[in-house]
Design a protein. Structure first.
Length: 317
């Protein structure tokens, strides 16, 4: 039991540490190593599903812990209630991982009865398991559709292939490399160690992706200047929590906070060429005459910088 829990913890740790904030991207290639070891140590589908769920929940806890304060801020609930909601839905954030561990545990328990040849082992780890992981990731409904391939978002020299394949192929690239590595780092007793020639599979696929991406990058037109954009995100929170006795006072406060944050951004040199406000930053209909609307228009004219903002827009009929 301790071994399985440790493998669940290690699987979750390398997953969320590879994503944004920590960005320890090479760790993601260890995910298949720990997950495959965990699945093979489980006695069938249901035990694999349980430890897979534990792994998925730990991933969610490490990568999405910020959801708890977000719920308290935008839905006006207590920390206890927000934590309970997270406990309820946390495992669904990576439920595809739970299903993958369960299915692999079931398959590997059946494979114990036969001895895989070196060729079969190589094909299973280099092609079969990555394909299974990618299919489950692609077709399993989740609360937040984050995928393993997204760890490569800071590597444009490989991600351009996504314009054809989407992030699905990026996930396959990562899992193929990690799964092939796992066949050599940890080979099940019922399988013969594959030949190192199987490393040619991930190397070939990565070579195709990198070559295509580098060609596409060279085709990007070169512009004489870049556009500087000020992205405004004031910490306003849930509408009900905005200070103000009336709806009008709340609208004034929201607009004022955006204007104040924009003026701070416009002091930066060189100055921004464009200002972007978030959704519902203008909390009223812009197709009607309104004093606050006129104030925003006058403010934008004084800045002499274009503004793109989320707002309400209503039409009759």
């Amino acid at each position: 039991m301790r071994k399985k829990l440790l493998l669940s913890l290690l699987s979750a740790a390398v997953a969320f540490l590879a994503f944004d904030r920590y960005n320890l991207v090479p760790l993601i290639f260890l995910l298949p190593v720990f997950v495959h070891c965990l699945a093979t140590s489980c006695r069938g589908f249901w035990q694999g599903l349980w430890y897979g769920y534990v792994t998925a929940f730990l991933m969610a806890l490490g990568g999405f812990y910020w959801v708890i304060p977000l719920i308290t801020e935008f839905h006006s609930v207590t920390w206890i209630s927000a934590s309970l909601l997270f406990l309820l839905f946390g495992g669904t954030l990576a439920v595809n991982v739970a299903l993958y561990v369960a299915v692999v545990a079931s398959l590997h328990n059946r494979l114990r009865k036969i001895q895989l040849t070196a060729f079969q082992t190589g094909a299973w780890f280099a092609i079969g398991l990555p394909s299974l992981f990618t299919v489950l990731e692609c077709w399993t409904p989740r609360l937040f559709p984050w995928v393993v391939g997204q760890t490569l978002y800071r590597a444009p020299w490989v991600t351009q292939v996504a314009e054809i394949t989407g992030t699905t192929f990026l996930t396959f690239l990562v899992v193929c490399a990690g799964s092939t590595l796992s066949a050599f780092v940890w080979t099940p007793q019922w399988a013969a160690k594959p030949r190192k020639l199987w490393f040619a599979v991930p190397l070939l696929l990565w070579g195709v992706a990198v070559t295509f991406s580098l060609i596409r990058i060279q085709e990007i037109p070169q512009y004489s200047r870049t556009m500087r954009i000020a992205m405004i995100q004031p910490n306003i929170g849930y509408w009900r929590n905005v200070e103000g006795k009336t709806e009008r006072e709340k609208m004034n406060r929201v607009v004022r906070r955006n204007i104040e944050a924009t003026e701070v951004a416009l002091r930066v040199r060189p100055a921004p060429d464009l200002v972007v406000w978030p959704e519902t930053s203008i909390p009223f209909s812009m197709d009607q005459s309104d004093e606050l609307k006129d104030q925003i228009i006058a403010q934008v004219k004084s800045w002499n910088v274009p503004l793109i903002s989320g707002a309400y827009w209503g039409r009759q009929g």
